[in-house]
Design a protein around this ligand. Structure first.
Ligand code: IMP
Length: 439
């Protein structure tokens, strides 16, 4: 019997993504043997800052800069071009990723990216404001069962008929969706040959990752599952259709990695001290004007993937209560508290009213959420500090935090009924306070 506290941990975003998961994953990776992505693709953007140096990842698990074994599970959609760019970037920085890629992960093609944009245009007000990385169209093909998997591009004979069928289908779809203002600039043979080359480069990394991970767990290795996006963007439980195409909560692990739910020991939810959102759909606590600008600048709220300015708002504990219920988080990480510094009075959303009635469940449907009026409580804010001062406070620990910040943290814990075990007060790895060891 293992004497480890927890052996298999999932880190997942509790709201609209961009909660600071990359940092939490990087932090926890120091003890992990294996770090795994199980959903999404290069629509994700994880930033990790170590000693002032910024690393940005879209596809490769952020655990890579701790030199851990990294796994891209079957639930991920892979753009091979992006994957190789990230590998090259890492190698140029002196990292040698020990990478395993699922043979059953689906592959993104250039026409998926074009169709992503065209499909969005055709959706009018239902457009999600996608990252245009081809994520939705690739997952659609997977569900329709004419998608192409990593295994397929390793073998010309297997790949050829599947590719022909997919290419022709996509060309037909393009003709339906376009008024020809965006040219179909793809050459079938060129793409075929390019992906055969990708297949040759991918081959050394490709394995049956479900076998690999289950064996590793049997051997008592520490495994960390790194979520991308956030629970409210999920295809089933998020705000459809204004989300992404994968299962973004911790429940995505079994399907996206082939590791049974009873293998998971601990689920860590990542929440931000305020709300941020890229893309469309109602955000009841959204701010505008000077205050929004201040928080956006202090929190560097610009998309890692697209560079888009993120929408910001007050923390919404009503939707977080919902994602706490879904994930049944064992603990929370609270990030970006420093970014709220200097805001005199902070508001915490505790519930919504619809037609004057206080709701007891988060309404999920955008049409209902649009009509909701948030209920707030006010909390006093804390004074601005320099980056060095925040780092010093982090070194001293929880007791050194400003009293107003501790009150804010306690209020969140009280309302959500979960403990905040990790607190982040700055972008660097060292600006982190651990209140409870979870490995
Ligand atoms: P897609 O995942 O590119 O299809 O985009 C669908 C929706 O999810 C859009 O609103 C995106 O802005 C949002 N989204 C996708 N990935 C992320 C992420 O990593 N962080 C935050 N939002 C994301």
């Amino acid at each position: 019997m293992s004497n480890k506290k927890n052996q298999v941990i999932v880190v997942s975003g509790a709201s609209w993504g961009d909660e600071g998961k990359g940092k939490a994953v990087d932090f926890l990776s120091s003890k992990a043997d294996i770090v795994v992505r199980f959903q999404g693709g290069n629509n994700a953007g994880h930033t990790v800052i170590v000693e002032g140096k910024k690393y940005k990842f879209h596809l490769i698990p952020s655990g890579v800069i701790q030199n851990k074994t990294i796994v891209i599970g079957n639930g991920v959609v892979i753009d091979p071009e992006v994957l190789f760019k990230e590998i090259e970037m890492l190698e140029s920085e002196g990292f040698h990723p020990d990478l395993k890629v699922a043979d059953t992960a689906h592959v993104i093609f250039p026409f998926h990216k074009l169709l992503d944009g065209l499909e969005e245009e055709s959706k009018g007000k239902y457009a999600a404001g996608t990252t245009k990385r081809g994520i939705g169209p690739t997952y659609s093909d997977k569900a329709s069962r004419y998608g192409i998997r990593v295994f397929d591009i390793l073998n010309e004979k297997i790949f050829r008929p599947k590719f022909e069928r997919l290419y022709e289908l996509k060309l037909k779809m393009y003709k339906v969706l376009t008024d020809t203002h965006k040219a179909w600039e793809f050459n079938k043979e060129e793409i075929f040959n390019q992906y055969i080359e990708f297949g040759k480069r991918l081959k050394p990394y490709v394995i049956q990752t479900a076998y690999y991970l289950n064996k590793a767990i049997d051997e008592e290795k520490y495994v960390l599952f790194e979520g991308a996006q956030g629970a409210l963007l999920g295809i089933d439980h998020g705000m459809y259709p204004y989300g992404t195409s994968s299962i973004t909560w911790a429940g995505g692990v079994p399907g996206g990695a082939g590791v049974g739910p009873t293998r998971i020991d601990y689920v860590l939810g990542v929440i931000k001290a305020y709300t941020s959102r890229v893309g469309t759909g109602p955000v009841p606590t959204e701010l505008d004007g000077d205050l929004a600008h201040q928080i956006r600048e202090q929190g560097h709220e610009y998309g890692t993937t697209t560079g888009r300015p993120r929408r910001v708002g007050w923390i919404d504990l009503f939707n977080l209560k919902y994602t706490c219920m879904l994930n049944n988080y064992d603990g929370l990480t609270l990030t970006l508290l420093d970014a709220l510094a200097g805001v005199e009075t902070l508001k915490i959303c505790t519930g919504y009213r619809l037609n004057g009635e206080l709701l007891d469940s988060w309404p999920i449907h955008s049409e209902l959420i649009e009509e909701c009026v948030p209920e707030y409580i006010d909390m006093p804010g804390w004074a601005p500090k320099s980056a060095e001062e925040w780092t010093k406070i982090a070194e001293q620990g929880y007791g050194a935090l400003p009293t107003e910040m501790k009150n804010y943290i306690q209020k969140i814990e009280e309302i959500l009924g979960r403990k905040i075990v990790i607190i982040s007060i700055g972008p660097d790895r060292k600006d982190t306070i651990i209140r409870e060891e979870i490995w």
